[in-house]
Design a protein around this ligand. Structure first.
Ligand code: F6P
Length: 373
């Protein structure tokens, strides 16, 4: 009997989501004769049974569109705000899955989506995931779609900021996305010739950054571009976070763990906007006029790059093949130049961070980039 599959997109949107939906939907329908239903706004659409039939017309003309035709959200099945209350909607999600007589559900998302997918697998559903995120931090895959486009947008921004920085002889601090992982800052920084790159994985000292900027000025280069990942931290801040994480891991009671987690959340909430303080500090330390540009959601919007279109289409079509052979519980990952299926329980809860000794960090250092350490 023909299979019926559900698709949802979850977490932050990114370029390439529609290409993945189209690749999966077309291959599933036209090659394997499956019925395809899209659930709206991430896991909320499953919890509240909001869906649309993904027929030929819905799947047509969307390859180049940014965002997602299905809508997305950061809702989690086990903790969803419904009418102002936080409810466990796992049973409702499973009920929708069974009401639609789905054979499998495809969740297209980032790190959080992998964790939610694992919860649904444990609740008895057949789930497959595809990796998307501009952070490129999903474990076991060399790449996630959306990343290439974001890296290109950030690089173009750096190119533009160079000419204004030189004209005014200014320091320009550029904040790019990346809370825990610094891939985007690292690669856009190298592509855009940044003079300083600050990553969440390498704690920085403002004094060391200022001294690199002063050295540039002395050598006649009277402008500097400082690329900062939104999650980059000073040595002191990183030490504070480290000690909280260690205390949480050693906590004896659930209550104590919850209190420490709350402190960590508060730290991260207060850290938002830290680049404003950093640029003020650099202006003071260098005596050079400094400006801040936050690229924000510009990095996630608009049409996907050719590389992301190809990758997302490949993931989608390969996913249809996987579903046709009734393989579930896996994420499709790029390893080398092949797509491999990796068990979701090996991915959920893990992040692919930038190793401090990564070859690209060495590459940056060899062209004279300061990493703030
Ligand atoms: O989806 C990943 C990401 O773009 C991160 O780089 C960023 O920190 C976060 O999402 C922003 O989330 P939101 O759009 O929910 O503010």
């Amino acid at each position: 009997m023909a299979q019926h599959i559900g698709i949802l997109t979850s977490g932050g949107d990114c370029p390439g989501l529609n290409a993945a939906i189209r690749g999966l939907g077309k291959a599933a329908r036209e090659r394997y004769g499956m019925r395809v239903t899209g659930f709206l706004n991430g896991f909320r659409g499953l919890a509240q049974d909001q869906s649309i039939e993904l027929d030929g017309a819905m799947l047509s003309g969307i390859l180049t569109d940014g965002g997602t035709i299905l809508g997305t959200s950061r809702d989690k099945p086990h903790r969803m705000s419904i009418g102002g209350r936080m409810l466990d909607m796992t049973d409702a999600v499973c009920a929708t899955y069974h009401r639609h007589h789905l054979d499998a559900l495809v969740c297209i998302g980032g790190g959080g989506t992998q964790k939610n997918a694992l919860r649904l697998i444990k609740a008895g559903l057949n789930v497959v995931t595809l990796p998307k995120t501009i952070d490129n931090d999903i474990a076991h895959t060399d790449r996630s779609f959306g990343y290439d486009t974001a890296r290109q947008i950030a690089t173009e921004a750096l190119d533009r900021l160079h000419s204004t920085a030189t004209s005014h002889e200014r320091v320009i601090v550029v904040e790019v996305m990346g809370h825990r992982a610094g891939w985007l800052a690292l690669e856009a920084g190298i592509a855009g010739g940044a003079d300083v790159i600050l990553l969440p994985e390498i704690p920085y000292s403002p004094e060391k950054i200022a001294s690199a900027i002063r050295a540039r000025t002395r050598s006649g280069k009277r402008f500097s571009i400082v690329v900062v990942a939104e999650g980059a931290m000073s040595v002191e801040e990183a030490a504070k976070v480290d000690s909280l994480v260690r205390a949480r891991d050693k906590a004896d009671s659930k209550k104590q763990r919850a209190e420490i987690s709350e402190k960590l959340n508060q730290f991260h909430a207060e850290h938002v906007g830290h680049t404003i303080r950093l640029s003020q500090t650099l202006e003071k330390l260098t005596g050079q006029e400094t400006r801040l540009t936050i690229l924000g959601h510009l990095q996630r919007g608009g049409t996907p790059s050719a590389a992301d279109r190809v990758f997302a289409t490949w993931l989608g079509t390969e996913c249809a093949r996987l579903l046709a052979s009734r393989q579930y519980g896996v994420m499709l990952a790029l390893q080398g130049n092949q797509l491999k299926s990796v068990s979701i329980d090996e991915i959920a809860g893990h992040k692919k961070l930038v190793p401090a000794e990564h070859p690209l960090v060495r590459c940056g250092r060899l062209v004279g980039t300061c990493f703030g350490d």
